[in-house]
Design a binder for this molecule. Sequence first.
Ligand SMILES: Cc1ncc(COP(=O)(O)O)c(C=O)c1O
Length: 464
Amino acid sequence: MAQHDLFELFCNDPKVQASLSDLLGHLERYQSQLVDSPSVPGISETQYKRELTDLAENRGGNLFFPYISSGLGSGSKVALRNGKVMTDLIGGIGVNFSHAHPEVVRDALLAAMEDSVMQGNLQHNHKSAQLIQRLCELSGLDHAFLSTSGAMAAENGLKIAFQKHAPSTRVLAFSNCFMGRTLGLAQVTDKPLYRVGLPPTISVDYIPFYDASCHKESIARSVKALREHISRFPGQHAVFCMELVQGEGGFYPGHRDFFLALIAEAKAAGMAILVDEIQTFGRLTSMFAFHHFKLSDVVDIVTIGKMAHVCGTLFKAEYKPNPGLISQTFTSSSVAIASSLRLLALLETGGFYGTNGKIAKLHRAFKMGLEALHKKYPKSITGPFGIGSMIAVTVFEGNKDHSLALLHTLFDKGIMAFLTGGSPTRLRFLLPIGGMTPSDIPDIMAILEAAIIETAADKKVRLC
Ligand SMILES: Cc1ncc(COP(=O)(O)O)c(C=O)c1O
């Protein structure tokens, strides 16, 4: 019996491997032009502006940044169509591990030669089966169901929980949470703006998130709120949805004691515990945030997305849904599935995790840089906040307009970050953990400092 199928034999064929190495070598030569260079060849500014306007017009909404990538990137660097080289510290809001990582590109090239561009629930390719198995092994959960977006993974998670706990139909979630923007999830996401004009679909009750400044009181306050909701709607809650580190809500990490206290009460009331790891996946000092907070025994359903490259709903055996409840045409593209599998291997073997892993080291170095800026400009920059490769700072006392102005000044100076939270607004970074090292950080801090000084002058606010 052969050990490999014919496609594997093709992939391992020395001629194919040599062609790939040749191609990757060419790519590397082009990528090397991005190192230490603020610009590379690109289209004219006039043409670039036209493309930006057309893109905004055609998609029916303004662009947040004047950003269209050329497609050439490496590590934290991306070359825009106009040749401007950006340092990308937001990575599509947490999608990027590293731009065009050579090992991911190699597997993606092979996957582009698979028989189908998109894979589906009716027909899985071998790598899809491998990915599902790896996700189960790495998470310790029994099942993994792939899907094409975080929102779809979350919808599937909710459906699984509702079916198991039928006829309960209510949901518990944390204040300021973000879970997605479908008709269902827009009700869970705690942002009134995102549900303007939408019909109510799911009834949601909110619990205050953890406040690290008053550990015991915060736990007591949230447990009290939970009990009130449970006694107001006895037996009606099917699921408690939780982000363990609030992403869009301001980069607030929770605490194990806090989660355990709430989970004990929620479980006693017969609810499923659904952990939303769509933004946190891969980014803390463990691959899964629920491992980081040591919650494996009490978590029932976990959703992943973003940096995992393929989204998925992972769940325990007792939550296995009835046939027909969850399915969709696409699971993901063959390229995304192969990239995800390679990414998991890189994360697992690349020394990223643990208290002295790459993520912890990046966090410490980035935090030190931000603390140094805080010492110099205590009024303009406070924090930092966050955990792992999710780091935020409050700038100009959380004023939204001034924070936005700083963000755009940073963009002009070649750094991409983003905002988070409402009040206060914070500047957030989702570091490309596979494409940067602590030695990159001093240059980044120098640019951030220059941007703060410039924005303070423009907005006429005090620096110190
Ligand atoms: C915590 C969290 N949950 C769910 C989602 C929805 O994921 P997607 O945008 O892929 O639908 C996001 C997206 O930002 C998120 O941050």
